[in-house]
Design a protein around this ligand. Structure first.
Ligand code: NAD
Ligand code: GLY
Length: 364
């Protein structure tokens, strides 16, 4: 592959800065990971679906290292401490030292588990992300959030731990199931909604190319999403402020995932319906008009994503929303919209408003 096809972005975090490498054919570039691994021992963590397809090509990039692999069962319901413990045990059994490197090969579930195991093994070893879903390439592999679910809430247990490098080979998206591609597009649209109306317009104009996996269209959205995410993470690594914008639709969405049972709704699907709920609540507070809400719903539908949650039990749903990591002093802070391209983080609404909103609009 010519170097001109390789996109290199940077997440600027001082001594923890790292590159995001995006391109077609990266898993056949023999030397591409050398600068980050430097002959160190590697544990590749993958899963039973991705490993059979991409472990062999990845191994061929690691020929200068001692490499073992560990395969997790596939699925969001396995994003648990048990999975983290299994990776931890593989690291101990392999006698990895502090100079060992964990390489996460897979979607967001593998990346979150492997990254968390790397964060806690020997108080932290290096890790590297090789994301193979659209969602992971545009979001979860970048930014250093790692962790697992708890029966009481989504992603409740975890750590910030930045990778050494993110290697996103866009060719891997050709084997992704359609439903997973759409789930990734939900997170892509999020960036347009919170911060870049031109990006939203572009996605609106290119839904068919995206759904047909046109390489240039996918490359564009991966690049733009990573640029926007890298900029926000560089400003606010530990989510003290602006980074919370990246959670548009997630407070509602996490409650949907928990309500439905982890894995029943894909994360991106829950984010899509959750974002439509956030848009509708923004309209209720007078921030945006009905036409804007309809425009957002229409685009999610065209991307084959759900725009409404399953029937809601308001009490249970609110309790789930109350476990969100953005809750401060018992008040649920929400990411809402001032317009397309401008998100806001706010707790400026009457608590009964949210309960009334859920009861009036979503109890069926
Ligand atoms: P996933 O990891 O479950 O992957 C989706 C499915 O696609 C799985 O069955 C997987 O095995 C399969 N798959 C992966 N790559 C494939 C490929 N190239 N070809 C064929 N099949 C492939 O789901 P996801 O959507 O990647 O990630 C969702 C998870 O990411 C959620 O747990 C969510 O909470 C988390 N997340 C984390 C962050 C973060 O900042 N850390 C951000 C967003 C989402
Ligand atoms: N996906 C939200 C974040 O990384 O902050």
């Amino acid at each position: 592959m010519s170097q001109s096809m390789l996109i290199t972005l940077s997440v600027d975090l001082g001594p923890r800065s790292y590159p995001i490498l995006i391109g077609s054919g990266l898993l056949s570039q023999p030397m591409i990971l050398e600068p980050y691994l430097k002959h160190r021992d590697v544990l590749v963590v993958t899963n039973d679906t991705v490993g059979p397809i991409y472990l062999a090509p990845l191994r061929s990039l690691l020929s200068k290292s001692q490499v073992s692999s560990f395969s997790l069962p596939d699925g969001e319901r396995h994003k648990t401490m048990a999975a983290v413990n299994a990776v931890r045990d593989a690291l101990v059994a392999g006698r990895y030292g502090r100079d060992g490197v964990v390489v996460a090969l897979g979607g967001g579930v593998v990346g979150d588990i492997a990254g968390f195991a790397a964060a806690i093994y020997q108080r932290g070893v290096d890790f590297l992300q090789v994301p193979t879903t659209l969602l992971a390439q545009v979001d979860s592999a970048v930014g250093g959030k790692t962790g697992v679910n708890h029966p009481g809430g989504k992603n409740l247990i975890g750590a910030f731990h930045q990778p050494l490098c993110v290697l996103a080979d866009t060719d891997t998206l050709q084997t992704l199931p359609d439903r997973e591609l759409s789930a990734g597009l939900a997170e892509v649209l999020k960036y347009g909604l919170i911060t870049d109306v031109a990006f939203f317009d572009w996605i609106e104009a290119h839904t068919q190319s995206l759904l047909q996996r046109d390489p240039a269209a996918l490359r564009h959205v991966i690049r733009r999403s990573c640029e926007l995410k890298a900029e926000i993470v560089a400003q606010d690594e530990r989510e003290q402020g602006r980074r919370a914008l990246l959670n548009l639709g997630h407070t509602f969405g996490h409650a949907i995932e928990l309500h439905a049972g982890y894995g029943e709704w894909l994360h991106g699907e829950a984010v899509a319906a959750g974002t439509c709920m956030a848009a509708a609540f923004s309209q209720r507070l007078g921030l945006i008009d009905k036409a804007t809400v309809e425009r957002i719903r229409r685009l999610y539908s065209r991307l084959n994503l759900p725009v409404d949650p399953p029937p809601v039990d308001p009490g249970k749903f609110l309790a789930a929303m109350g476990m969100d990591k953005k809750v401060v002093a018992g008040q649920i802070r929400l990411v809402l919209l001032d317009r397309i391209g401008a998100g806001r983080i706010t707790a400026d609404y009457a608590p009964h408003d949210l309960a009334d909103f859920l009861r009036e609009q979503f109890v069926r």
